[in-house]
Design a protein around this ligand. Structure first.
Ligand SMILES: [Zn+2]
Length: 103
């Protein structure tokens, strides 16, 4: 049997609690095709590609992937699920701690 525990408070799930909530967070770069103009298509992008290539040269494969797509999955108990829904982006946490920058 798989044992789940709440990723926020550590409480055992399906043991202490009957309900288990799953939080899935996907973070990925949004490319909006509507922003492309005809001028964009006519431009020579070889320089841009060269620039991007140089920027990525020193990055690890993991860093590169994080840049494009990242997925998180957490298990929560009912109490933490309620708390999480109040502040899913932890804005209040950022505001309270001067050491953590939201940027
Ligand atoms: Zn919890």
């Amino acid at each position: 049997m798989i044992h789940y525990s709440c990723d926020m408070c550590g409480k055992g799930l399906l043991v202490d609690e009957e309900v288990r909530y799953i939080v899935k967070i996907e973070v990925y770069a949004a490319y909006d095709p509507m922003e492309l103009t005809e001028e964009d298509l006519e431009e020579d992008h070889l320089n841009d590609i060269e620039k991007i290539y140089q920027q990525t040269e020193n990055m690890s494969e993991e860093e590169l992937q994080d840049d494009v797509y990242k997925c998180f999955r957490f298990d929560l108990c009912m109490t933490c699920q309620k708390q999480y829904l109040h502040d899913p982006l932890f804005r209040n946490v950022f505001r309270r701690s001067p050491n953590i920058s939201p940027n």
